[in-house]
Design a protein around this ligand. Structure first.
Ligand code: SF4
Length: 459
């Protein structure tokens, strides 16, 4: 099936709008500098009352070379001394953050992202892990340590050492195996080196393996991306994230190296996504939503089947109750009903933390209206449906009154076939799943006021 079976050009033109990916609501664009360290401290102390478990995210910003599509906060360097200073400062931040959280709150998830976390040596990673264990209470069981791996810079032998440190899930950057596409984005990575990491991980007991792919890259075609998908399916990762490339060269300098004329059109991108969904579904993967797929026995697929799936800064999560402590430059956390982000440059990060100050630069404390809208948007993004009666119960509102303008905006989407139901239940159709951001955007109270072009396009 091609995209033409589901979407005509007119529909694509109308729905190819700029909009958030809703890894949080309100999104990071709504974070304010008025929310700083004291507000974060207050939110953290308040959150201790519930004693919910913690999830920790550690950002390691360094990379050896720039991938042109990249929109991450990273610093290109090959200097190992950068890592040493970063770790010293990170440890101080761990100590300061550790004092804010009750020791009765177990850390159930720990994720190292970047950048390239394995820019740090194994000894450096181990010392960071030990420091976290000294300053937080690690859950004795049911804990998951995960780390992002760049197969170009990690040897298969390293996987054994990472398993020994406690890592049980890895996330591999793959993007596309086509050599022309790889050259166009400055990330040349062979199938053999990726397969070697997968095999080595399984051999030492790391079975939970994510692949990150990107559709919409320069020179990608349906034929070339189908070959990439077949190779990926053959390696059988337990989860696959297939992100739509967002070309925003005014925001991300590296993207200026990408020739916009070589990018697929919106219709071609939608076709690539649709083909991805079909191929992965036929191979036994569940379409979790937006850009994520998982095998049926993966915790994400199980959480979705049980109605317990959540969306967070890493995409989707099977652990809804955790607060998230963000550590390292630019990292984002969620504590109680507040989001907070650290300063974005190393210079500011070092200056703050070396002076024993938290690195919080901005954030937001959610109002009751924010929490209501977050629940509606989460339900759409995670389950493709909103039980309006449950929302009424949880938030003491009359849904049809409170959201009368939004329901009116959704009516044309029902007529366009993006929704199956628009009544006491709002249900996204199979066709609407591809445009779920557009449905969710209806409930975003900030979108009209926000600078929409700062978000990527929905398609
Ligand atoms: S995609 Fe990953 S490895 Fe490439 S520059 Fe960005 S953070 Fe670094």
């Amino acid at each position: 099936m091609t995209q033409s079976h589901l979407f005509d050009a007119e529909l694509i033109r109308r729905y190819d709008l700029h909009g958030p990916r809703y890894t949080s609501y309100p999104t990071a664009l709504q974070f304010s500098e008025r929310f700083e360290s004291n507000a974060y401290r207050a939110a953290a102390l308040l959150s201790n009352e519930a004693l919910t478990p913690l999830s920790i995210y550690v950002h390691v910003p360094f990379c050896a070379s720039p991938c042109f599509y990249c929109g991450c906060n990273r610093v290109i360097t090959r200097s190992t001394t950068e890592g040493e200073r970063y770790i010293a400062v990170l440890k101080r931040e761990i100590e300061m953050q550790g004092t804010l959280f009750h020791q009765g709150r177990p850390v159930e998830q720990l994720h190292f992202g970047g950048g390239t976390p394995t820019f740090l040596s194994l000894a450096q990673l181990e010392s960071v892990l030990q420091h976290i264990a000294r300053n937080f209470s690690m859950a004795p069981a049911h804990r998951e340590f995960s780390i992002e791996i760049d197969p170009r810079t990690v040897s298969p032998a390293t996987m054994k050492e990472l398993a020994a440190l406690g890592f049980s899930r890895i996330s591999l950057g793959v993007q596309d195996f086509d050599p022309d596409v790889q050259r166009a984005v400055n990330r040349v990575q062979s199938v053999a080196e990726t397969r070697a990491i997968v095999d080595a991980s399984r051999k030492c007991g790391i079975e939970a393996i994510n692949f990150d792919l990107i559709y919409g890259l320069p020179l990608q075609t349906a034929t070339s991306f189908a070959r990439t998908l077949d190779t990926v399916i053959d390696m059988r990762p337990t989860r696959i994230a297939a992100y739509g490339y967002a070309h925003m060269p005014s925001n991300f300098k590296a993207q200026r190296h990408i020739d916009a004329a070589k990018l697929p059109t919106a219709a071609e991108k939608l076709g690539l996504l649709q083909m991805t969904v079909e191929r992965l579904s036929a191979a036994g993967y569940r379409y979790i939503g937006m850009d994520h797929f998982a095998l049926a026995d993966d915790p994400l697929a199980i959480a979705q089947a049980e109605g317990k799936l959540h969306r967070n800064f890493q995409g989707y999560s099977s652990q809804p109750d955790c607060d998230l402590v963000g550590l390292g430059v630019s990292s984002i956390g969620k504590v109680g009903s507040a989001y907070a982000q650290n300063v974005k440059t190393l210079r500011e990060y070092y200056a703050r933390v070396e002076n024993y100050q938290l690195a919080i630069a901005r954030g937001i404390k959610l109002s009751s209206e924010d929490r209501l809208r977050r629940d509606v948007i989460q339900a759409l993004m995670c389950h493709g449906a909103v039980d309006t009666r449950a929302i009424e119960r949880d938030h003491c509102i009359d849904f049809s009154q409170h959201f009368a303008p939004e329901l009116a905006t959704l009516r044309p989407m029902l007529e366009d076939g993006l929704l199956d139901e628009l009544d006491t239940r709002i249900a996204v159709s199979a066709k609407g799943r591809f445009l779920v951001r557009n449905v969710a955007m209806t409930f975003d109270a900030y979108l009209q006021r926000a600078a929409a072009p700062l978000y990527s396009k929905a398609i």
